[in-house]
Design a protein around this ligand. Structure first.
Ligand SMILES: Nc1ncnc2c1ncn2[C@@H]1O[C@H](COP(=O)(O)OP(=O)(O)OP(=O)(O)O)[C@@H](O)[C@H]1O
Length: 300
């Protein structure tokens, strides 16, 4: 088995604060891997270390078998990086940057090809400071792809994008994956990890909590029954241990049996409450995430 990315007992401190704590995982060649975690979990620190911008305090990281700091010159042609804030010069124009990057790489995609692929045609001559957030994101992604990387690092690639642009970015990333590119992304969007990733690593306060396929993470979460209703439920008149959540859903942590579903539907009907939606059994990835990170109130 050859790994594109290996993280072995990696720890990182800022001052006295341990922000990554003995993290180990591997990413296979061609795999789409997501790092998911609440704010401050250590995702950016981890991805920036893999990109060679930070050094581990202990443990080691390898990308394509190389050390991202020591072997930077060998890696830069094979790795594409999209930084969280883009890191773009505000007065430059997209076409100038594409041409500049084209010169950097021996086997680069042409600026025209990349512009077409990421739909940059409408703003190639607009100074970057005038671009919308979504246009900047697409340009950053274009620059990350220019050198036809074998490994692509994306730090929150769809943050701030509207749902339509987010979905078209997902399609583009799926296309890259099907061409064999290894992709690691960090995201706050659980749906993004669920939709795209072959495997997801959940990190919380610098520690690895779980790493598995989205399906296995969901299957491993506790069984439950959840419902949404047209009006508030009188919990004292429900026989299941139903609790109200902040998102308008009620949840009972019980085994999802036909009998439990019948009891809940009946108790709600007796109160004159209309059951709008019910989910029984397997949790969503979001529920699995909340259970694993214990961050019910986390801002995602
Ligand atoms: N250069 C730095 N100096 C000091 N502390 C830092 C530095 N960079 C990050 N931190 C802190 O380390 C912790 C981990 O940050 P990191 O950016 O890796 O988390 P994250 O999971 O990417 O968070 P987010 O989802 O909010 O981007 C945070 O508490 C952050 O404030």
């Amino acid at each position: 088995m050859s790994y594109a990315i290996e993280v072995t007992h990696f720890s990182k401190r800022y001052g006295s604060r341990l922000v990554v704590d003995d993290l180990s995982f591997q990413v296979r060649e061609g795999e789409f891997f997501a790092l998911l975690g609440p704010n401050g979990a250590g995702k950016t620190t981890t991805i920036e270390t893999l990109e060679g911008f930070r050094r581990p305090d202990s443990g080691e990281v390898r990308v394509l078998g190389l050390d991202p700091v020591r072997d930077k010159r060998q890696l830069y042609r094979r790795v594409g990086v999209m930084l969280q804030e883009g890191g773009l010069y505000p007065t430059a124009k997209p076409l100038d940057l594409l041409q500049l990057f084209y010169e950097f790489y021996p086997n680069a995609e042409s600026p025209e090809e990349v512009a077409e692929r990421l739909d940059l045609g409408g703003f190639l001559h607009t100074p970057i400071r005038r671009l919308s957030g979504g246009q900047r994101q697409r340009l950053s992604l274009a620059l990350a792809l220019m050198g036809r990387p074998s490994v692509l690092f994306l730090d929150e690639p769809t943050a701030g994008l509207d749902p339509h642009t987010r979905r078209s970015t997902w399609d583009m990333l799926r296309g890259l994956r099907s061409e064999g590119t290894t992709i690691m992304l960090t995201t706050h969007y659980i749906e993004e990890a669920e939709q795209l990733a072959d495997r997801v690593a959940i990190i919380d306060r610098g520690r690895l909590v779980a790493v598995d396929t989205p399906g296995a993470l969901m299957a491993g979460a506790k069984s439950r029954i959840a419902c949404r209703t047209d009006r508030p439920v009188d919990l004292s008149r429900v026989r299941l241990p139903l609790e109200a959540g902040a998102d308008g859903w009620y949840t009972a942590q019980v085994e999802a049996t036909p009998e439990a579903v019948r009891v809940l539907a009946e108790d709600l009907a007796l109160q004159g409450v209309l059951l709008l939606e019910m989910r029984a059994g397997s949790a969503s990835l979001e529920e699995a995430f909340l259970e694993l990170t214990g961050e019910e109130e986390a801002e995602l």
